[in-house]
Design a protein. Structure first.
Lengths: 69, 203
């Protein structure tokens, strides 16, 4: 039943909807006026830590963070 | 008939209470969860135990569609970090769907619309409030409730025209110099969003 319907250009290039939507949101945040802009930038901060497991043991984690340590 | 049965129906809460609910719902019956065949064969096998509930018995039935079109539309505009409008009664909203500006009045047919970056205008009497949405979805339900979800929604006066113009020029530049598909897509998205912001500020 899945037909190859016309896709939006971003999906045709391999981007998912979430990536597209987050990108649009961050572009809008960058066009805000000053006091609102600094509040908005704090919404984009991420802090997470990913570690891959190989043979039952975790490898060294990669930490992705925007908060200064 | 059902009134006399109320005492014996006391134990078999799920099946019968669904039947009670169907009696009193207005307009179209909401979808109820009830498997009479299962309940009856359970009672034959095991009359002393309550029949088990199935997952569908825990689902809330769809709110009934009112028989008369309501006079106001109830709007909820929600963002991941804030609910800007929460059950607000308005006359009309115009949402920026990917297929064009769509006006939603009370009694609108149930719709799901994907939104593009653009302006949401909320009309209440003579007041019009405009929000710039970054993209999202609009769900219109048959009972005249509209849920609009977006990641960012700002009133238009919080946008800085200089930053918008600069962004538009930047991304047009990037589109010309882009080589990979990903770069071209990002540049195109930048152009779309900034042109919508521009139109919002000047329109």
């Amino acid at each position: 039943m899945s037909s190859s319907a016309a896709q939006p250009f971003w999906r045709a290039a391999g981007m998912t909807y979430i990536t597209y939507s987050n990108l649009c949101a961050s572009l809008v945040r960058q066009c805000l006026k000053e006091p609102y802009r600094s509040e908005a930038v704090s919404r984009e901060k991420v802090h997470f830590n990913v570690s891959k497991w190989v043979d039952g043991k975790p490898e060294k984690p990669t930490i992705r963070t925007d908060t200064p340590e | 008939m059902l009134r006399h049965g109320s005492r014996s129906l006391f134990n078999r809460a799920s099946a019968s209470s669904m039947r009670w609910r169907r009696q009193f719902s207005t307009g179209l019956p909401a979808e109820t969860a009830e498997d009479t065949k299962f309940v009856e064969s359970w009672k034959k096998m095991n009359p002393n135990m309550d029949p088990p509930k199935t997952p569908s018995a825990y689902m809330k039935p769809r709110p009934p569609t009112p028989a008369n079109i309501p006079s106001k539309l109830t709007v909820n505009l929600v963002l991941p970090y804030d609910s800007v409008l929460s059950s607000k009664e308005v006359d009309m909203v115009i949402v920026p769907a990917t297929t064009g500006q769509m006006g939603v009045l009370p009694g609108h047919v149930a719709t799901i619309a994907e939104l593009k970056p653009g302006i949401l205008s909320v009309h209440e009497g003579n007041d019009v409030t405009k929000y710039f949405l970054s993209s999202g979805f609009a769900f219109v339900h048959a009972n005249s409730v509209a849920d609009i979800i977006a990641i960012e929604a700002t009133p238009v006066d919080r946008l800085d025209p200089n930053l918008v113009q600069k962004g538009l020029a930047d991304f047009q530049q990037k589109l010309n110099t882009a080589s990979t598909d990903v770069e071209k897509t990002e540049a195109q998205i930048g152009i779309d969003v900034h042109s919508a912001l521009n139109a919002a500020l000047t329109g």
